[in-house]
Design a protein around this ligand. Structure first.
Ligand SMILES: NC(=O)c1ccc[n+]([C@@H]2O[C@H](COP(=O)([O-])OP(=O)(O)OC[C@H]3O[C@@H](n4cnc5c(N)ncnc54)[C@H](O)[C@@H]3O)[C@@H](O)[C@H]2O)c1
Length: 250
């Protein structure tokens, strides 16, 4: 898709690897300037990749910290006057039966997957200037927001909350800010590779449950994110884009 996002300045969380990195790369290739936030220091190397030109900067911060949103936006302000785009992509998960979930890990999950997107969106709205055109927030949720799976109850709760917040933010921030969610099914990233290696995912058995019997690619999701920041998406807000190979259609 031939998109010109050269006016855009976008903060992408979880951008050291996987979907966040793919999204940051795609946005930069469309001309956007991007701040890449992640807890992993490797995000600095990714932002310095030659393909990023001088259009990307890194911000290293644990989004589970209570001051995360404040720190990330303050760091971003050194480089960008303001952001007109936010992609809440950073996410964490564990696979375990309900009986084994500990309070601390539950709280960390909520802090990363739900609390951080809330307060980042709050700060995003507060720092907008009159000259920011078509500000837009994209939340990366999950098929688990709408479909139940064993060993993922706590994770599903955070992603369901993110989809519910997407709708509510879209209403509260209208008409100034558009807000949309994307709910991937299974994308082959570090996240899924770890689960395959530990035996938590059996790819052939898993693919039986997808109408399109393959993993979604990072590039496919990144393309939708770029589209949602573009001029053709100006009337899209409050929606949750299922990108799940038909998993939730059954
Ligand atoms: N991969 C999939 O199949 C899939 C499916 C549905 C939803 N998702 C969602 O997509 C998003 C990205 O997933 P991915 O597959 O790229 O995962 P990934 O593990 O490859 O990447 C996640 C990134 O988030 C960062 N991160 C994690 N905790 C953080 C924290 N506390 N502070 C800052 N950064 C933190 C990690 O360092 C990493 O760079 C997540 O929100 C995930 O829930 C992924």
């Amino acid at each position: 898709m031939n998109l010109d996002l050269s006016e855009r300045r976008i903060l992408v969380t979880g951008a050291a690897q996987g979907l966040g990195l793919g999204i940051a790369r795609r946005l930069v290739s469309a001309g956007a300037r991007v701040a890449m936030a992640d807890v992993a220091p490797a995000v600095a190397e990714r932002a310095a990749e030659s393909a990023m030109g001088s259009r990307a900067v890194a911000i290293v911060k644990d989004l589970a910290d209570p001051d995360a949103a404040e720190v990330v936006f303050q760091a971003g302000r050194h480089e960008f006057k303001s952001f007109d785009g936010l992609v809440n992509c950073a996410g964490w998960s564990f696979h375990k039966p309900v009986a084994q979930v500990r309070l601390q890990e539950f709280d960390r999950l909520v802090a990363i997957n739900q609390r951080a997107p809330f307060f980042l969106s709050q700060k995003f709205a507060a720092q907008l200037t009159d000259s920011d055109r078509d500000p837009c927030i994209i939340n990366i949720a999950s098929v688990n927001a709408v479909a139940g799976n064993t060993n993922l109850v706590a994770y599903a709760g955070t992603k369901g909350a993110l989809v519910a917040m997407t709708r509510a933010f879209a209403v509260e921030f209208a008409p100034r800010i558009r807000v949309a969610a994307i709910s991937p099914g299974a994308v082959l990233t570090h996240f899924t590779e770890q689960m395959i290696q530990s035996g938590q995912i059996d790819p052939p058995a898993m693919m039986e449950r997808f109408l399109i019997r393959r993993f979604t690619t990072v590039e496919e999701i990144a393309e939708l994110v770029a589209f949602l920041f573009g001029p053709a998406a100006g009337c899209i807000t409050g929606s949750n884009w299922m990108f799940d190979g038909g998993y939730s259609a059954q």
